[in-house]
Unconditional design. Structure first.
Length: 277
């Protein structure tokens, strides 16, 4: 397998999504959401407070997380507005999210300010409904990060500092039940994740400088070494959903606001993408 760079010169790409034939993603420190297509990259909107997770409401408007404002934002008709203030729930910067078929956003947060030296502490996963109301739906999560929803209605979230993927059954009323471990790792710190049609999850592992594919129960079938670059997020896209887009960088943290080491790189895989996002 060969990794190909399709875009460079970014500050810190994150939250990749395949939508409308293009790869959409956030670039943290330039505070932009971009869409990458065959004709190049287009800036869609600038989001104060560092954009992160992306998704789309049922009316087609773009939903985006503002990390430092701890808010879910909406971009529609050229205007950016706040859908929900999540500061009552997020004990650290907000982070990645997934939006389900009903337009509900499931949002994670750091739980602590790791760049200010705060001690690790658990936090919650928040559900924001289409009307902007928010509630905590799962707690005791250690850095809830990338999240996917399977076609069968299972929500799986990467707990980065717990080194695991945690699964929940989504109930009809929007609550989460039957919590269990999907995969526990020894030395993998899962960040962004995406799902394929066989039910396996591709995991971006920044500390291990790799992307890997894992099944329920923890069996790893594939891994790809990106040394010396870290992998921070990934998404299956392309016309056949068999192109794995990987957000890479030489490191992370506020110092990277002054650098442009971020890249979008691609890898061709055998099994197409599935589920959400």
């Amino acid at each position: 397998m060969t990794m190909t760079t399709v875009l460079d010169g970014l500050t810190f790409p994150e939250g990749p999504r395949w939508h409308g034939g293009r790869l959409w993603f956030s670039d943290f420190y330039s505070e932009r959401v971009l869409a990458l297509g065959k004709s190049g990259a287009e800036t869609i909107v600038r989001v104060p407070g560092r954009p992160s997770g992306l998704g789309w409401a049922r009316d087609g408007s773009l939903l985006v997380i503002s990390m430092l404002e701890r808010s879910l934002m909406r971009h529609a008709d050229g205007m950016l507005s706040r859908v929900a203030d999540l500061s009552a729930f997020a004990t650290g910067p907000c982070n990645d999210m997934v939006v389900d078929g009903q337009g509900r956003a499931w949002v994670g947060n750091f739980g602590f300010d790791r760049h200010q030296g705060e001690a690790e502490r658990a936090t919650c996963l928040v559900r924001v409904d289409a009307d902007g109301s928010a509630r905590a739906v799962a707690d005791d999560l250690l850095f809830p990060n990338g999240t996917v929803i399977t076609p069968e209605g299972t929500l799986i979230v990467a707990e980065t500092f717990a080194r695991r993927l945690t699964a929940f059954r989504m109930t009809d009323d929007g609550s989460l039940a039957d919590r269990r471990v999907f995969a526990q790792f020894d030395d993998v710190y899962p960040d962004g994740i995406c799902l394929d049609q066989e039910g396996a999850i591709w995991v971006a592992d920044p500390r291990g400088k790799q992307v890997l594919r894992v099944f329920d129960g923890g069996c790893v079938t594939d891994s790809f070494d990106l040394t010396p670059r870290g992998a921070y997020a990934c998404m299956l896209g392309g016309d056949d959903r068999r192109t794995l887009y990987v957000c890479t960088n030489t490191g992370s943290g506020p110092d990277f606001a002054r650098k442009t080491d971020g890249r979008i790189e691609t890898l061709r895989v055998d099994v197409p993408g599935a589920g959400l996002p």
